[in-house]
Design a protein around this ligand. Structure first.
Ligand SMILES: NC(=O)c1ccc[n+]([C@@H]2O[C@H](COP(=O)([O-])OP(=O)(O)OC[C@H]3O[C@@H](n4cnc5c(N)ncnc54)[C@H](O)[C@@H]3O)[C@@H](O)[C@H]2O)c1
Length: 264
């Protein structure tokens, strides 16, 4: 199923027929990943707490070669998360949330929620998914990290902490999974055009003391050499590559798509 063939390489070949669990699939990057993997023939289990968003995704998946099954779950239910990951060949840890506040004003309960959804849930999903991958001798784990897994920004203590932790968790999974044919990698974008970014514009404006209309140019893209937002489909294509046969030796690493931000 994952053989590399002669001719023009199809870097997503080998995804056909695999079961893929994508978290945070109702919106933004997760929705793009779910559609990309379904386009490559995967049986996608699309997980989110947003039932309406998942229903819309399934509509969009329409006539794609693969399928999209809705899994409505809040990932703060860690036991349920671990249980639902059983039988997964491809795990895309994507669900996330953002809160922009200085540490002195950051509500501890929000810090806890961000860490639970973005770090502890990926660990529990790995625990649920890895036994099946090991039994099959094949598996792909892709963690949607961020340039904030590699660099810090002010006012994002929980998010930066969670993403740095996810980068570490991903490397451990790579080392443990390698003897079993399982790879684990991060994709780490700069700012992507999704609701997560749109929702933080007002808070960023307040925290940095600039008008909302100037946030993208003066705050979000300040350190990016490429002066535009990344599109969700660009991230999904990187995920498809990491799930395909040409990435079998790519593990324990991070594919950054940050417009040159971390080149500084
Ligand atoms: N948008 C960006 O600029 C950007 C950049 C780098 C990394 N990322 C990462 O990409 C991932 C997806 O972000 P996005 O921009 O597509 O955001 P988004 O807000 O469009 O989508 C996030 C999804 O996660 C879901 N979610 C949040 N909490 C959940 C929970 N407790 N249980 C189940 N589902 C939950 C939401 O319902 C939503 O559908 C996140 O991990 C984010 O940190 C985003």
């Amino acid at each position: 199923m994952t053989e590399i063939s002669a001719g023009v390489p199809d870097h997503a070949a080998g995804i056909d027929g695999r079961t893929a669990l994508v978290t945070g699939a109702a919106s933004g990057i997760g929705a793009a990943c779910a559609l990309r993997l379904a386009a490559a023939g995967a049986r996608v289990r699309a997980l989110d707490r947003d039932a309406a968003g998942l229903a819309a995704l399934r509509e969009k998946a329409g006539r794609l070669p693969g399928t999209v099954e809705e899994v409505v779950l809040d990932l703060t239910d860690l036991d349920a998360a671990e249980e639902t990951a059983a039988g997964t060949d491809i795990l895309v840890n994507n669900a996330g949330l953002q809160l922009v506040r200085p540490i002195t004003d950051f509500p501890p309960e929000d810090f806890h929620t961000v860490l639970t959804v973005m770090l502890e849930a990926p660990f529990r999903l790995l625990r649920g998914a890895l036994p099946h991958m090991y039994a099959r001798g094949w598996g792909r784990v892709v963690n949607i990290s961020s340039v904030h897994g590699l660099r810090a920004s002010a006012f994002k203590s929980a998010y930066v902490t969670a993403k740095h932790g996810l980068e570490g968790l991903s490397k451990v999974a790579a080392l443990e999974g390698a003897p079993h044919g399982v790879t684990s990698n991060c994709v780490s974008p700069g700012y992507v055009r999704t609701p997560l970014v749109e929702k933080q514009l007002a808070d960023q404006a307040a925290a940095h003391g600039v008008p909302v209309a100037e946030v993208v140019g003066t705050v979000l893209l300040a350190d990016s050499a490429v002066k535009r937002l990344v599109e969700p489909e660009e991230v999904a294509e990187a995920v498809a590559y990491l799930c395909g046969p040409y990435a079998a030796s790519v593990t324990g690493t991070t594919l950054t798509m940050d417009g040159g931000w971390s080149a500084h």
